[in-house]
Design a binder for this molecule. Sequence first.
Ligand SMILES: [Zn+2]
Length: 94
Amino acid sequence: MAKMVCVGCGFVYDEEQGRKEENIAAGTKWDNVPEDWCCPVSGDPKELFEPLENSVWLARGGVGSIHSEASELQGETKKIMEDRAKKIKETGSS
Ligand SMILES: [Zn+2]
């Protein structure tokens, strides 16, 4: 199950949890989220979401603090983010 992060505000869509507020069932794959679905926080479209694990935006610090939906992000995800940030720092921007 993937997580997608909104580069507009840091909101995280978790496939595992879906978005019951918008009638998106738990377990709904990102690809199956309606194309007209927008970030419930900032209103940004799906195109502005990045895979959390590969988010360059987040690795660069994102918006400084991410929303409560992502507050459980710890351990492995945090490590991925840190590794990513380190890699970007080493290689510079591309
Ligand atoms: Zn957003």
